[in-house]
Design a protein around this ligand. Sequence first.
Ligand code: CTP
Length: 413
Amino acid sequence: MRIVLGVGGGIAAYKVASLLRLFTEAGHHVTVIPTEAATRFVGTATWEALSGNPVSNSVFDDVHQVNHVRLGHEADLVVIAPATADLLAKAATGQAGDLLTNTLLMAHGPVLFAPAMHTEMWQHAATRANVETLRSRGAAVLEPATGRLTGSDSGPGRLPEPEVIFDAALALVQGESDYQLPLAGRTVTISAGGTREPLDPVRFLGNRSSGKQGVALAVAARNAGATVRLLAAHMEVPPPAGVEVVPVETALQLRKAALAAAADSDVVIMSAAVADFRPSEVSDTKIKKRDDSADPVITLVRNPDILHELVELRNSGGHAERQQLIVGFAAETGDSHGDVLAYAKAKLERKGCDLLVVNHVGADKVFGQDTNSVVILARSGSEPQEAAGTKTEVSAAIISRIGFELNHVSPRA
Ligand code: CTP
């Protein structure tokens, strides 16, 4: 399809280069129209090279082609990113001082604005009114993401991630009038990786979790429009862009971070492999081997069950104003006493979470692998749902199930 990508003059313009790539790699023909201010952040040459098309924002270039009329007419979709406060105001009041604003007035197809600005500007009554005006005329205006802004401040105003804008744009073109992403406006906390329980300053008890599944879930939740907080225990993969990362090491640190994060979360997903036990004592100094004394014996004590505590906190009205959804993971192996699903059902009952994602683990299964096969069990008793494929595909299935539960299933607890 033919896309016009209007780039506003904000620092987030550099992220739009990734959005442009997503469009071109998906086979779309993209004409980039940066505003004058946008070219101060990212130069015309970048847009020309990445789009493979000439770039201008002047109505006086190629006048014989009547670009200010033609581009808007021909476009199947117009995407404005970053939509600055200035561009939203110009679009809402129908100004036509340059090629981009002319194109907006001529656009016949859907128009998507992806705003980015400081929080105060986004929340200002003038911007609110402009957004309302644009929405009332049928334009789609995404909610900005929440997080670190250009300076030391943080809040709503970040440009949604390129994948989020890409997904929203395609949904809009496919005529999904409720183009709103399934987790838009939701805060999702995800624990990932494996905890490490120290024995002494150099040794720990750990596990084989790579963090890949948790990171894939964070990406899927982010792409579904959520504000994502990743409680990252030890991981072999880097955390994704566009999520808040809270590093933790031990189960006790994870517990503290999870209980704090739960206070403002709509969803908590415990995908971390939490050590059930920790050494009862942590030596301040490295444990030495000594020929004249007996071999050391490590005594373990139980770690708190974080998932269970989260459920108890939610059920006791700890977050009364929120209908929080809590998702657990179960790594199970069958044995002579029961199969994987039977154990998983008992665990769902015991932990009391809303959804339990069940992995069948073995020596070569799940840990560190890129593919996975899971069954999602629901406390509501609905049929077990199977999902298999890459961890990305499985995560997308889990996140879309979570979106469904939040948007269509009655209150929990
Ligand atoms: N979990 C947790 N706190 C712990 C242990 C596990 O929150 N101390 C969470 C995991 O993140 C996961 C779920 O509980 O979401 C299931 O973990 P698992 O280790 O499979 O279950 P256990 O409760 O340890 O049960 P069992 O040892 O009987 O398999």
